[in-house]
Ligand binder design. Sequence first.
Ligand code: SDX
Length: 431
Amino acid sequence: MKKDTVTITDNATGKSFELPVTRGTMGPRAIDISRLYRDHDFLTFDSGFQSTASCSSQITYIDGEKGVLLYRGYPIDQLAGQSTFLEVAYLMINGELPTAAQLEDFQGNIRRHTMIKESLKGFFKGFYHDAHPMATMVAVAGSLSAFYHDTLDIHNPLHRELAAYRMIAKMPTIAAASFKHSISEPLIYPKNNLSYCGNFLHMMFSLPSEDYQVDPIAEKALDMIFILHADHEQNASTATVRLSGSSGANPFACLSSGITALWGPAHGGANEAVLRMLSQIGSIDQIPKYIAKAKDKNDPFRLMGFGHRVYKNYDPRAKLIRQMCHEVLNKISGTGDPMLELAMRLEEIALNDEYFIERKLYPNVDFYSGLIYKALGIPVNMFTVMFAIARTVGWVAQWMEMISDPDQRIGRPRQLYTGSQQRDYVPMKKR
Ligand code: SDX
């Protein structure tokens, strides 16, 4: 059996050396370069980490060529069709599907932590009403460490578990409070006899002056969308949470760093950008003009919701959300949504255009999700907040996996220095 190594030949010196090759359960083999610098004085260069595995993980597997997404080995379409968001959260954190008793216990632990400290509610008053809810989320989520940091030993499994419950439980409460503040309505307390998504809808849309009935169609649609957004291996925000956590920072500070990274339009901010793009396009006859702009290298315009670093096939999540769009939009709004028609026409034209075909640019999870959020009455500036609520489960699971790894070390990438050679300071009178 050939040794699992690769041989590197340095043509500048004619010297060769071997590097070990490692492999996971599935996916491409990896060249282990952890000793490359120490033993052979070489760095590797991979801006944007296009070919770099930053860690090993057992949580999520993606096959970008085949459009496959597994959470702990279970296909995303089976989980979306048969599971619930909190059951997926249990699976993601613990590695196995729960028994009925384990799920009930887990749901009870989440319910017990849905409220936020009364004094924390004052933080929202410090923001203007036009503050972007993601700005509020970054601030308030990170401030949780001011309330719980003293009871938090990240190397104590019980403390990690408690922090996990708190983050998963409080994100919907903080998100709904960010929304209520932005529309100058009173913050609504959670009602723990409701489901996770039902409670969120209640905190978002109920008023102290009226009874509120959770719409079961909206509740089910939201639960499925949260499942689809729960985790996605080492995406930008999860990698940020891991890097923050690798220094020993408390989990709430790491959560805030994940929300920050998710906000960008190239990542979780894309769902908000898609709706703004569809509004900008306006009508089907304008599509060719915007497709041309997306292809023009001199034009910064990109087709938001299209393309993906890993998927070079249809994002399996987009396929499921697209299907849900038809079901939900007709049930909720009763009529076809012109935005959905526009989105589907845009997709059809793009997928038949050589530029997109050649670059394997397909719709991703963000292309359709906003259309459902809009139908549920969620405003565009809350779309990325929705993504953050769901992705908190992935961030928490990946953070717990990293911190409990005995080989875990601080993440500290190197660089390719392209600046000035050493030079002497020039006094002002000689410049
Ligand atoms: C998410 O990583 C994850 O897993 C993320 C995510 C998750 O669940 O965590 O899946 C969620 O972030 C989905 C992606 C949401 N972002 C968008 O929809 C924004 C629009 N998409 C692009 O910005 C882009 O496709 C990225 C950021 C998603 C991927 O960027 P890459 O992998 O760096 O791709 P690239 O920039 O190298 O593009 C390759 C080519 C380039 O053209 P050439 O230089 O080869 O001529 O494709 C072009 C790009 O210009 N291209 C696009 C395009 N996306 C890529 N051209 C027009 N419109 C686009 N959307």
